[in-house]
Design a protein around this ligand. Structure first.
Ligand code: DGY
Length: 327
């Protein structure tokens, strides 16, 4: 059903979205695009909730309790992304605003990038490329740029949800890695759909069992600094840490210290505590591979994420049930 009421809905996209998705939304709604693609301030978002029927944020926006006021015009936040730790869901609920996200469509892209980070880190690919580009390469020699092999090693997956499982499946199939995992909710073997994996009863046991620990749990709340000083120290110089989930899961200040002291093998990060700020001390660490939150950054995936938001808005304004509602 398409009626004039739906046509006139005012929608705000807080960042540029893939062109095909912007065009789809513009064909149906009164859409405001952020053509400068600069992050919006909390005050601008607060105002937007009064001026628009739907606001569509991303992980680069901060929607804490202070942006929500009573009686907003906005009745839905269509988040472009699966993670919603940048939105105070309780405050949205209290303000009567529905929140949706985009699960599933970014699983493969994020899992692919996680494997890429693992290779970059363990095979020292960024280090090697920097050396070559800076004109420091002195030619092939038997001991040059030695990393470690993934084959036969154990990957520890913290958070065995969609993305954790997709990473485990790739690691097992491509590198013959053994898989250990910790998941808050115990999983039945059938839920792992063929992945051979050893469940661990604590994060400590998982750290002890693995060579590479990869984080795939949500950020925020109780997961803030889940990888704290004690767990970072427990890793030891032979283990590697990968984070493609959310920056605040790791205590970043302590991570910098353990990297500096070489008390961890190395770290591969796609996410940071204060994005887009990345501490200079971290940027200087040779044993850290750092990417600018690229996990879902393929054309196909970003379009699918945007189309999923558009589907949610259509369903919401037509009074149909919402598949991806999180609040
Ligand atoms: C997600 O979908 O949560 C990605 O991290 C981008 O926000």
């Amino acid at each position: 059903m398409r009626d004039e009421t739906v046509m006139r809905r005012k929608i705000l996209l807080t960042r540029r979205w893939p062109a095909r998705v912007e065009a789809r939304l513009a064909a149906r709604y009164d859409v405001t695009l952020n053509t400068a693609d600069l992050p919006m301030s909390p005050a601008e978002i607060r105002q937007a909730l009064l001026d628009y029927d739907a606001v569509c944020p991303t992980v680069s926006d901060r929607l804490n309790a202070s942006v929500f006021r009573a009686d907003p015009r906005a009745c839905i936040l269509g988040n472009f992304g699966v993670g919603v730790n940048h939105i105070d869901l309780a405050a949205a609920r209290t303000a009567g605003i529905v929140v949706t996200n985009t699960p599933g469509v970014l699983t493969d892209a994020t899992a692919d990038l996680t494997i890429g980070l693992m290779l970059m880190l363990t095979r020292r690919l960024s280090e090697g490329e920097r050396e070559l580009r800076e004109g420091r390469w002195q030619g092939w020699r038997p001991t040059h740029m030695m990393g470690i092999s993934l084959t036969g090693r154990t990957l520890g997956v913290l958070g065995m949800g969609r993305i954790g499982q997709a990473v485990a499946r790739r690691a097992q199939a491509a590198f013959g890695m053994k898989i250990a995992y910790f998941n808050r909710r115990p999983l039945m073997a059938a839920e792992l759909e063929g992945i051979v994996a050893q469940p661990c009863d604590s994060i400590e046991t998982l750290i002890d069992a693995c060579d590479i620990l990869s984080l795939h749990c949500p950020g925020g709340g109780a997961n803030r600094h889940l990888i704290d000083a004690a767990r970072l120290h427990r890793m030891g110089p032979a283990r590697y840490l990968i984070n493609t989930a959310r920056g605040d899961i790791i205590d970043e200040a302590t991570l910098i210290e353990v990297l500096r002291q070489r008390r961890i093998g190395g770290v591969g990060l796609d996410v940071f505590e204060g994005e887009p700020e990345v501490p200079a001390a971290l940027r200087e660490m040779p044993n850290a591979v750092l990417l600018p939150h690229q996990g879902s950054a393929t054309k196909e995936t970003r379009e699918a994420m945007g189309m999923m938001v558009a589907d949610s808005l259509d369903a919401f304004f037509e009074g149909r049930p919402l598949v991806n509602r999180v609040a």
